[in-house]
Design a protein around this ligand. Sequence first.
Ligand code: HEC
Ligand code: HEC
Ligand code: HEC
Ligand code: HEC
Ligand code: HEC
Ligand code: HEC
Length: 504
Amino acid sequence: MTDAPRKRTLYRHPLAAVGGALFSAGVFLFLILLVYDLTGPDENPYRSLVTFVIAPFVITVGFLLFLLAIWIQVRSARKRGESVRFNLSIDPTDPHYMRNLWLFLGLSAVLIFLVIYSGTEAYEATDSVAFCGETCHTVMEPQNVTYHNSAHAKVSCVDCHIGPGASFYVKSKFDGIRQLFATTLNTYSRPIETPVENLRPAQETCEECHWPRQFYGEKMVTHTYYRTDEANSPWTIKLLVKIGGGNPRTGILEGIHWHMIGSNTIYYVAADEKRQDIIWLRLVSADGDTVVYQDPDAEPPDFGDPETEVRRFDCMDCHNRPSHSFLPPAKGLNLALSTRQISPELSYIRQVGLDLLNAEYQDRREANEAISVGLTEYYQENYPDLVNDNGSDIDQATKVLLKVYNENFFPEMKTDYRVRENNLSHFVNDGCFRCHDGVMSSDKGEVLSNDCATCHLIVSQGPSENVSELESDLGGLDFKHPEDIDEVWREFKCTECHTPESGY
Ligand code: HEC
Ligand code: HEC
Ligand code: HEC
Ligand code: HEC
Ligand code: HEC
Ligand code: HEC
């Protein structure tokens, strides 16, 4: 008998069978998911996690096991002094080979079944909102909670954040993977940075549902405020907001929505990352005229610097919180008082509640504890009679304060109204007054109007919750500031006195 080298096949070792099975199952998973991904009804950046991270991981592990099996075989053969040559042919006469081939086929069948089942199940589970909002629980909690309290609670995250078409879809896949690593490695920023860079332009998201030339006309808005005095005195202002828009039947463009409809286009430059300090803008109006406005007190922008972002003004420059609006505590309290969720009979509740909500807390537990204890102690010390007669009002107020806190403050993510400016008004943040501040002026000396009646008419105002008791005029009233501050409000922006620290 000669020492002819023994015939070898790749599948002599059980590990090779396991590795091979994993490898083929991984490839199978990837292909199925890819097809699902490309034809699926909606798109989701996190789905790519399964397709582009988990499937390749399984493939790699399978491949490595397979290599390991070969290495083990080569090593033990060398030890026995055999020369090593692999043979790719099937060897039905070798019982080892046959055993492992069956192992391979059996395992593959089981794995592929599991893959089809769990893969498609996982895909269903990653379906938009729940997955986007809840998977990375702490990270997305602020946006998820506020989203569920917004007008867009039935619009899925991906409709605004990704939109239709392939290119943003692919971008979001890669971004989703980056976010996954940031979450796993705990390197994400707190709060999450905003404005979102590379957010898809509104023309391709918002305008898929809201036709910009749609005519919204005028809208009546009623705000009821409560003062910081002992009686929590009410003050009501009713505004007729001139939303306007384009009217396709008449061709007229007017009102607040005039900025970006028809061929009106505005480009602007802000001095800060949050786009709060606007220093320059160029208006190209429908008739082709171009006017540049500038803040006379600021350095003109340096257009040579690549860091200078010239942004086209769109829906999100006003509606920057369409689904993640973090209520300022004064607003939350005013709402709770006007709907009697909190009793205005509780002396100073507007002031005390606000101080408790506004304080700095490490985490939610500490905050909830401090708010409950703080409110009870305040009334025990200052109004013991109230505790005896209206104890249940105090308990109820505590519950509502906690609700306002928990829906709008996220200490773990350092996220609340103080880092989430809302540009739709000019009372808490500068919003419209970033441009309409009565200072921005053109080279011809025209000043951007901040006349109160440009944007809304004040139709009722005064110290009551009951509009029928107030002075009213649909033609518009002169603004009367609730606290006597002369005409200072004509010269100063509202936000110069109405700050988070002042609490009103
Ligand atoms: C109606 C459109 C819309 C929907 C629906 C929506 N978002 Fe947003 N989202 C926005 C806009 C607009 C911004 C902020 C843009 C800016 O200021 O740059 C934003 C910002 C964010 C941010 C950045 C942090 C911040 O507060 O600015 C996160 C995170 C986020 N959204 C997650 C989600 C999640 C999760 C969902 C679904 C549960 C969702 N969004 C649904 C429009 C939307
Ligand atoms: C998938 C469709 C869809 C998309 C995309 C969408 N919206 Fe909406 N939007 C709605 C629906 C539905 C409502 C609720 C209408 C109602 O209940 O009256 C709504 C309501 C609104 C309102 C009025 C409610 C309020 O908050 O006062 C505003 C403003 C608004 N959307 C702005 C936006 C902006 C800005 C974007 C882009 C960031 C956007 N929408 C994207 C469907 C959409
Ligand atoms: C110059 C700022 C500004 C821009 C730009 C802007 N809006 Fe508005 N929009 C407003 C204001 C202010 C209101 C009134 C909000 C209120 O009082 O509740 C409003 C109201 C709305 C409403 C609600 C109408 C209603 O009856 O409640 C929708 C929907 C809306 N805008 C969609 C859009 C869309 C879509 C775009 C982009 C094509 C856009 N807006 C661009 C300022 C703006
Ligand atoms: C980026 C700067 C900028 C911001 C921010 C801005 N505007 Fe304007 N707005 C302009 C410019 C520029 C004009 C044109 C002024 C002119 O031609 O007289 C204008 C004009 C208007 C007009 C008059 C439209 C007409 O019928 O002629 C209204 C109303 C208006 N803005 C409301 C608002 C409201 C409300 C907000 C905040 C929600 C706002 N603007 C935010 C730049 C801005
Ligand atoms: C460039 C447009 C614009 C100008 C100019 C303007 N406002 Fe407003 N104002 C708005 C918008 C938009 C809102 C938000 C409407 C809403 O509450 O739905 C608002 C809201 C308000 C509110 C309610 C604030 C809140 O959130 O509780 C008051 C009060 C008010 N304006 C008073 C004034 C007075 C007084 C002036 C004149 C000094 C003025 N506004 C000038 C656009 C404007
Ligand atoms: C010079 C500082 C100053 C300026 C500027 C100012 N306010 Fe006030 N405002 C006050 C003070 C002080 C109060 C009284 C707070 C309290 O004790 O209730 C007040 C109260 C109010 C209230 C009653 C509700 C509340 O929270 O107390 C409203 C509404 C209001 N201001 C609107 C405005 C608007 C709108 C502007 C801009 C057009 C403005 N204010 C500008 C100082 C100012």
